[in-house]
Structure formats: structure tokens, C-alpha cells
Design a protein around this ligand. Structure first.
Ligand code: AMP
Ligand code: MG
Length: 545
């Protein structure tokens, strides 16, 4: 669950940027749009368009991920040259790079939205490492494409800091995710109306370099179904299966209807497991449209996401979603299943019948249920959940968590240190979780008794197991450090003033989220402070980015 393994290499031998070469397998293998006319348009019958990033005025390196640098086998010395910011803002091309933007569609907030596509992202190419790993490098905020739908193709610093940090934080938490190599300020201003309230203002612009095996989304496959472009859809399917799901092709050399069903089933399972991981760490994506769900089961497109502070199933960080709460914390598993159903629907023509796809989709519930029970057991430090009594224990825990404002991350972490001995008093047990309460005095009367009763029941249950293995299990399932919304905002404030040190410092903490790091606790593991409760960016976010 923690990172680190296999990411070390001999820095001295790594190539500098001049020697870094990119491959173009994806665009070489599949139909692409060659038209270079500027402006937004409908692009038919292709998987994407060749388009170059638009240059920026004065790029400067705000932050980078050293793990990603090593993973991509790029010398750390490259960071010291001005070229780095030039390359990862899109001003200068790496050898072999043929930048392009993907065509995709999607259901946004439950309705089919037609063609969307990379409106402000450019894939530079694929970096193939000495061990044969292949990573797609993609800039976000790098200028308009045919898919910009009239928007400017840019991204602001605040949303870029958030995407950069969360990509790496999720990786270190052990949650499947796209990664981030770098964050570059553009030296240009971008005008945004942050809360869509008629107050546009200029903000500093930025470009993130994201990294993943592929950024394909459910919507990349849906767009062809909406247009009945079956031949291209099939080419994309075959390419995807051959390169990212080769295990599905063991005896058949060419994918066919049965392979498509198996592939769909695998996407379903991966997505179900991803939802369990989000629920485990208290992550709320905020915009779970079908164009924002990865075909590999990775967390993708960090926009108005947020981290649960006080535990609340109905919490959403996205102000655009505040009325319907379609993408609230507790709704995520259901919404993912709905999204997968849309993907299934887009595959019917290739499969020839509906039943096997329906059957594969039904696998979602079982996989989610099992992984979720395992996850809850791990969070409680139990080897497994057994029978109705354990189910009742978990249900009651959620009731207790909902009684008064309780910080989810701190609660689970403190639970590890709960006095388990039979003779421990209610007061001693309650004291263990008190640091998780936003207003400790609110927990009184019947609510206090209920909390104490649950803590006793949990202690009784936990005593049946070896205390050491319980602690170990809990320490791996319950992070101490997550990217609290207000911590990201504090780093953003500095980056907007031209200083990336706070972003790097925060990343440093988030590289070891399960470790105690006692010297960082006061600053980085504390409850959200009162001032952050209503400050934009700390408790509410809009899609404006
Ligand atoms: P989202 O739901 O934020 O992931 O984005 C939905 C669509 O809007 C995607 O196709 C994006 O590429 C596009 N988009 C968002 N912001 C911009 C922008 N500033 N310029 C061009 N396209 C954008
Ligand atoms: Mg998106």
C-alpha cells in the first residue's frame, strides 16, 4: 500500500532532456485527424487530432515529483536547466514527440453531452523505459485544441497545484491513479469567474505534466457508439485490449465479441475496487462524469475533488453539484455503476447481444461488496467481518460518526490507540477519539452514551485478536496524512505568489501518509481550522479551473 519499491535507479546514468525520446505507438496505430485548422469543431471517425501546445510567455518550475522523474528515467540534473520548464510547459518538443489531443464524449451529470475531448490537454508521446514500462506524458493547460468548445485551453495555478499534489498523494496512499511529473507556472494570466457569479478575475496560469499508461476514459469508447462509428470503435477496443489487457488474449490471437465482454467485466471490477479505495481514504471526486472515469480503473481528472473532513455521506466539494449531490461521498459507488452501464451500452453493437454485458455489469455489486467488507475490516484492524454482529458493529459506527462533526481521518487513526482492556472506563475510551471531534462539548447526553457504548463493543470485539497485527493492519488502512482541502489551499497561496516551496513541502509529507512523522503532525495532521470552514478552496470548489 505504500510506495517506494522498484523506483530507485542510478541517477548518474539517466539521460538528460536532450536524450529523452518519446514513442508514438498510439497515434501510429490508430486513425488520427491531420487537419491543423485552429478553432473548435466536431471531429469524426478518428481517435484524436494532431495539435501542438500553444507557447507560454515565461514558464517556471513550481514543483516536480522525484519518484516520477526516476520512474521515467529522466536525470534529476535536468531540473536545473531552464529547458525543463520549456519542455513541460509545451514550449519545446522532446525528440519523437507528435503532440495530439483525444476525442471523447461523455455523460455529464447524467445526460449525454456529445463530443468533449481533450480541450486543454496535449499528449506529448510515450516514454518507454529500460524495463519496458510505457508511460504516456500529457500536458494539461497547454492551449486550445479542436475539442476546446470555445474555451481557452488553459488551466489556473490553483487547480493545477491541486491536480499535481493529489495525483502523487493518491499514489502514495496506494490508490490507483494517474500520476504527475511536474507543475510549471506559465507566467501568463488566465481569466476565470471562480464561482460563476459575475466576478471574473485574472489568475496565474499553469501546466501540469500528467503521466499514466493511458488516459483513455469510458467516454473514448462511448463517442463512437453515439456516432455509430463501429469500425473505429473496434480498432480502439482491440488496441486497448492488446496493449493494456494482454492477459485477456491468452489463447485467442484476435479480440472478438467474447473478449469485449471479458474486457468490460475487467473494467467493471477495477472500477468497483477503485470506489472501495476512495471510500477507504475519504476521497470525493466531485465530477464523476463518464469522461472522467478511467478505462484502467485509475483515479483521473482531479477537479473540484475534496477530502472528507467531518464524516458525512452526503458531502460534496463541488458547488455545481450542491443541489442534487449526485457525486456526494456516499453516492460514488452507485454512480460508478451507472457510468459503467453507459459503457456497456456503447459496446452492444460489437458484442451482438445485451445479456453477456448485463451479466458482466452485475459483477460490480459482488466485487464492491467483498472488497468493501475487507476494507472495513482492515480499517478496524480485524482479520475479517464475521456475521451479523460485525455488520451491526460497522453500521452503528457510521451512526456514531454521524452524531456530531467527527474528522474521519483522525477518528480511524485514534481508534488504533483505543484502550481495549475490559476495565477501561468510558471516559478513557472517549478521550481517545476526542481529538477527532470538531466541537468536543457537543458530544453529550444520549449521544455521548451511544459513542461510549460503541467504543466498548468495538474494544470487546478487537480484544479477540492479536494486538500487534491489529495495529499493523490499521496503520496500513488508515492514513494519518491526507491532502486536506485547506492544506492544498495554503500551498496554492504561495504558488500564486511565485513560490513553489510549500507545494514541495506538502508533497514531502504526503509521500509517507501512513507514517507517524511526529514532527509534522501539528501542521499537517490537524483538523481543519475554523477559518477554513467557509473559505473558497478549503470547503467548497467550483468546476471553474
Ligand atoms: P471536466 O469535466 O472538467 O473534466 O471537463 C469537461 C470538458 O471540458 C473536457 O472536455 C475538458 O477538456 C473541457 N475543458 C475544461 N476546461 C477547459 C478549458 N479551459 N479550455 C478548453 N477546454 C476545457
Ligand atoms: Mg475531464
Amino acid at each position: 500500500m505504500t510506495a517506494g519499491g522498484g523506483e530507485r535507479s542510478n541517477v548518474a546514468e539517466l539521460p538528460s532532456l536532450d536524450e529523452v525520446e518519446l514513442d508514438d505507438r498510439f497515434v501510429r496505430s490508430l486513425p488520427m485527424d491531420d487537419e491543423r485548422r485552429p478553432g473548435s469543431r466536431q471531429v469524426l471517425g478518428v481517435v484524436g487530432s494532431f495539435v501542438d501546445p500553444a507557447p507560454v510567455r515565461a514558464p517556471w518550475l513550481v514543483a516536480h515529483s522525484r519518484e516520477m522523474l526516476e520512474r521515467l528515467e529522466i536525470s534529476a540534473a535536468a531540473l536545473d536547466s531552464a529547458d525543463f520548464a520549456q519542455v513541460f510547459s509545451g514550449n519545446r518538443k522532446l525528440a519523437g514527440s507528435r503532440p495530439w489531443a483525444a476525442c471523447y464524449g461523455g455523460h455529464q451529470f447524467g445526460a449525454w453531452a456529445g463530443q468533449l475531448g481533450d480541450g486543454r490537454a496535449h499528449t506529448l508521446g510515450e516514454r518507454v523505459t529500460s524495463s519496458g514500462e510505457r508511460w504516456e506524458l500529457q500536458l494539461k493547460g497547454s492551449g486550445p485544441t479542436p475539442y476546446s468548445r470555445g474555451a481557452d485551453g488553459r488551466a489556473v495555478m490553483r487547480s493545477s497545484v491541486r491536480e499535481f499534489l493529489c495525483s502523487e498523494a493518491m499514489h502514495h496512499l496506494g490508490v490507483p491513479t494517474t500520476r504527475a511529473l511536474s507543475l510549471v507556472g506559465t507566467g501568463e494570466q488566465v481569466v476565470r469567474d471562480m464561482f460563476y457569479d459575475g466576478n471574473p478575475r485574472p489568475e496565474p496560469g499553469a501546466v501540469v505534466c500528467r503521466v499514466a499508461p493511458t488516459f483513455l476514459r469510458l467516454g473514448n469508447f462511448q463517442v463512437f457508439a453515439a456516432r455509430r462509428e463501429w469500425a473505429v470503435q473496434r480498432q480502439l477496443l482491440d488496441h486497448t485490449i492488446r496493449h493494456w489487457f494482454p492477459e485477456l488474449l491468452q489463447d485467442a490471437s484476435d479480440p472478438g465479441p467474447a473478449t469485449y465482454v471479458e474486457w468490460f467485466g475487467e473494467v467493471v471490477r477495477r472500477t468497483a475496487r477503485l470506489m472501495v479505495e476512495w471510500m477507504r481514504v475519504g476521497f470525493v471526486h466531485g465530477v464523476m462524469n463518464t469522461d472522467n472515469l478511467s478505462i484502467l480503473g485509475l483515479t483521473i481528472d482531479y477537479g473540484p475533488y475534496g477530502w472528507l473532513e467531518d464524516f458525512d455521506w452526503s458531502w460534496t466539494p463541488n458547488t455545481t453539484d450542491a443541489a442534487t449531490r449526485r457525486y456526494a461521498y456516499g453516492a460514488q459507488p452507485q454512480v460508478a455503476a451507472w457510468n459503467l452501464a453507459q459503457l456497456g451500452g456503447a459496446l452492444i453493437e460489437q458484442v451482438g447481444e445485451t445479456a453477456p454485458l448485463d451479466e458482466a455489469l452485475r459483477g460490480y455489486g459482488a466485487v464492491y461488496e467483498e472488497a468493501s467488507r475487507e476494507m472495513m475490516a482492515a480499517k478496524l484492524g480485524l482479520p475479517g467481518l464475521e456475521g451479523e454482529d460485525d455488520d451491526a458493529l460497522v453500521d452503528e459506527m457510521f451512526e456514531v460518526l454521524g452524531q456530531v462533526e467527527t474528522d474521519m481521518t483522525i477518528f480511524f487513526r485514534r481508534l488504533t490507540d483505543l484502550p481495549l482492556a475490559e476495565e477501561a472506563s468510558d471516559a478513557e475510551r472517549l478521550a481517545a477519539i476526542e481529538p477527532a471531534l470538531y466541537s468536543p462539548t457537543e458530544l453529550r447526553g444520549a449521544a455521548r452514551e451511544r459513542a461510549a457504548r460503541w467504543l466498548t463493543a468495538y474494544a470487546d470485539r478487537a480484544r479477540r485478536h492479536d494486538p500487534q497485527s491489529r495495529r499493523r493492519r490499521m496503520a496500513r488502512a488508515n492514513p494519518k496524512y491526507v491532502l486536506r482541502n485547506y492544506l492544498a489551499q495554503l500551498a496554492i497561496d504561495e504558488a500564486e505568489k511565485g513560490d513553489g516551496a510549500k507545494v514541495m513541502e506538502l508533497l514531502e509529507v504526503l509521500r509517507r501518509p501512513y507514517d507517524e512523522q511526529p514532527e509534522r503532525e501539528a501542521q499537517y495532521a490537524a483538523k481543519r481550522p475554523e477559518w477554513a470552514r467557509h473559505r473558497p478552496g478549503c470547503s467548497m470548489l467550483s468546476c471553474s479551473s
